[in-house]
Ligand binder design. Structure first.
Ligand SMILES: CC(C)(COP(=O)(O)OP(=O)(O)OC[C@H]1O[C@@H](n2cnc3c(N)ncnc32)[C@H](O)[C@@H]1OP(=O)(O)O)[C@@H](O)C(=O)NCCC(=O)NCCS
Length: 161
């Protein structure tokens, strides 16, 4: 049986591991499905900068001493759920998503939402297995250096109260 992941708020020393998982996982979930201009903006350096800038919103899952995945929550949005390739298919992703739902509820919201690329079949299947429902299409304003980039996505929601 795989070990139970331990959760804690991210620290500055986690930023490099978060950026590496984010960069690789973003490619797995998005390449071929989002505009090339967004792919060009998502360099390794961009993930390193964003991982550091977003530490306060980030919870990491540790397996042993290793960062195995992370989630970022802002308000009622579960903004990023990323699991290292070597830890997918186990307890890390469900543990992170449950923690994100708990944080959204603790902030006083009734429902949580997230945006997912339409062709990210693995993520969509995972969210649906965890009780999330496809609430329709939305244009997501992805954050890029110096502005926002509109990306067609699906909006998923789950009641968390
Ligand atoms: C999305 C993510 C967090 C899910 O965690 P995970 O540990 O991989 O999830 P699981 O393997 O438990 O569940 C994925 C489901 O998709 C299925 N699946 C696996 N590969 C698949 C594929 N290529 N296409 C479609 N479904 C796939 C799995 O069998 C499983 O379904 P099941 O429970 O019915 O068997 C993880 O894959 C990840 O970090 N991906 C890259 C980053 C990303 O896309 N994040 C989401 C951004 S919105």
């Amino acid at each position: 049986m795989s070990p139970t992941p331990q959760l804690r708020p991210a620290r500055s020393e986690d930023a490099a591991a978060v950026a590496a998982i984010w960069h690789e996982g973003w490619g797995d979930g998005h390449l071929g499905q989002v505009p090339e201009a967004l792919v060009a903006a998502r360099s390794r350096e961009s993930f390193e900068q964003r991982a550091l800038a977003r530490l306060a919103d980030t919870t990491v899952a540790l397996v042993g001493d290793e960062v195995a995945g992370f989630v970022m929550v802002t308000g009622d949005e579960v903004e990023q759920v990323y699991v290292d390739r070597g830890h997918r298919g186990g307890a890390v992703a469900p543990t992170l998503l449950a923690e994100a739902e708990r944080q959204v509820a603790a902030a006083g919201h009734q429902r949580a939402w997230l945006a997912v690329a339409p062709g990210n079949d693995r993520a969509r299947r995972f969210y649906e297995r965890q009780g999330w429902v496809d609430a329709g299409g939305l244009t997501y304003d992805a954050e890029v250096a110096g502005g926002r980039f509109p990306v067609p996505c699906r909006r998923y929601e789950k009641g968390v109260a």
